[in-house]
Design a protein around this ligand. Structure first.
Ligand SMILES: O=C(O)c1cccc(C(=O)CC[C@H]2O[C@@H](n3cnc4c(=O)[nH]cnc43)[C@H](O)[C@@H]2O)c1
Length: 225
């Protein structure tokens, strides 16, 4: 399915995720490179920008960038461990300003877009999302990018109040999309997340990382010949 792109850059946060993608693509998809971009939107935006610019300078530009890895799923919206989510919106969920609540009300939130300082979400090409969801069996949905992994029920509820359609949470997608859209008039981008844990009270022992990494390999196996 990704063959229609000349060169594809997949950006994972950590090497275990890179290896999970490479297990499906190495040897079968020579037009696809997998980069370890680091954890969090800033690290990944910097490394994605460097990779895009280097490739362009070498005359071998990328025409699709994919943020890929594991993530947390919002069970309240029916997303569970082992599921695959293809982002149809990539939202910077904690980039903005908290607003004071009251005794009865939780704090509010103004995004950078609300504040007039730029954008707080990116939308990949709808036809591409649909095609990738169809090929992988993943569900399209909103993926939040956060700088701090959610660790309490209260914060999960705050995020859902801020973004009721949230399907998954991770730490890089928005950074990758910022780099892709800023590069040379814009490069197509996607985010693919396989769910390792529920978003909510932190319970690292309950993270099913091998299952999520296997789902990542399976998803890319369906995208490359
Ligand atoms: O410990 C390991 O073996 C291991 C293997 C692969 C990945 C990891 C990570 O910890 C990856 C961090 C990465 O995961 C994303 N992530 C996963 N769950 C969540 C979440 O609930 N909320 C936010 N982000 C999550 C995130 O994108 C991190 O970059 C460890």
């Amino acid at each position: 399915m990704l063959r229609r792109f000349q060169r594809v850059l997949v950006v994972a946060a950590v090497s275990a995720e890179r290896e999970a993608v490479a297990a499906a693509t190495e040897g079968t998809a020579p037009h696809l490179d997998v980069l370890v971009g680091g954890v969090g939107p800033a690290a990944v935006a910097a490394r994605t920008t460097t990779a895009l610019m280097t490739a362009a300078h070498e005359g071998r530009p990328y025409d699709l960038v994919v943020s890929a890895g594991i993530g947390g799923g919002f069970a309240a919206n029916g997303v569970h461990v082992g599921d695959t989510v293809i982002a149809d919106r990539l939202v910077a969920a904690d980039l903005g300003s908290e607003l004071p609540g009251s005794e009865d009300e939780p704090p509010g939130f103004a995004s950078v877009a609300d504040l007039g300082f730029g954008t707080s979400e990116h939308r990949p090409a709808a036809a591409l999302v649909e095609a990738v969801a169809g090929a992988t069996g993943g569900r399209p949905g909103t993926v939040l990018t956060v700088s701090t992994t959610t660790g309490t029920r209260r914060h999960a509820d705050l995020l859902l109040a801020r973004c009721p359609t949230a399907a998954a949470e991770a730490m890089e997608g928005f950074g990758v999309a910022e780099a892709a859209t800023a590069h040379a008039g814009g490069v197509d981008f996607l985010e693919i997340r396989t769910v390792s844990n529920a978003v909510g009270p932190r319970d690292r022992a309950a993270w099913r990382i091998p299952q999520a990494l296997a789902a990542l390999t399976a998803a890319f196996g369906k995208l490359v010949p």
